[in-house]
Write a protein that binds this ligand. Sequence first.
Ligand SMILES: Nc1ncnc2c1ncn2[C@@H]1O[C@H](COP(=O)(O)OP(=O)(O)OP(=O)(O)O)[C@@H](O)[C@H]1O
Ligand SMILES: [Mg+2]
Length: 202
Amino acid sequence: MMHEHSSATERQQLRRLLLSYRGQLTEAERERAAHKVSEHLHALTEFQQAQTIGSYHSVRAELPTAELNQHLQREKQLALPRLHPVVSNHLLFLQVTEKTIWHANSFGIPEPRLASPDIIPLDHLDILLVPLVGFDQQGNRMGMGGGFYDRTLAAHRAGRYPKLLTIGLAFDCQQLEQLPTEPWDVPLNMVITPAKIWDFRS
Ligand SMILES: Nc1ncnc2c1ncn2[C@@H]1O[C@H](COP(=O)(O)OP(=O)(O)OP(=O)(O)O)[C@@H](O)[C@H]1O
Ligand SMILES: [Mg+2]
């Protein structure tokens, strides 16, 4: 269909543009941004009260999470995603400790080895920290284009994880006024950038 075709093209162009903004940041700028975002996160009551937090292993020019994850591993229960072994194109979250064994998935992204006692269902998470390529003033999110977070969080949008708070972590250059959206896109509850905590809950 013409509409879907042009929309997909528009999304792909926007994704490339936003990736180029993010890619222009130096490593030092990215680390400074991560520090500031982590400070904002720690100031949130919801974070202080959270026991179980899902995060992501940052790759390429994503907002760095290595230090934050180290901290979460010590102070909270930390869960990181892997490609779901059964439900294709979904993510499965596993508890991470110093004993976790890692391997690279098909995208080259490190993920915790699958062990059933380590599985943390999404409804056990208090907070899920989500990587993104772009976000807008309504909380709409654009990712890398795989639909992994959209599929994984479809039940969240449907109200099935009432306590889960999804928080996108981003650089300020990733913010747009209005992203084009598709029916499957799951908006974020909050986004944290160095400049601001965006709260999209009404
Ligand atoms: N809940 C869903 N069920 C089935 N297909 C889905 C679902 N969510 C997304 N998809 C498919 O995934 C593809 C990519 O989606 P989209 O362009 O929104 O990716 P994205 O939001 O950038 O990626 P991600 O969620 O991994 O960050 C789309 O073609 C869409 O058809
Ligand atoms: Mg999407």
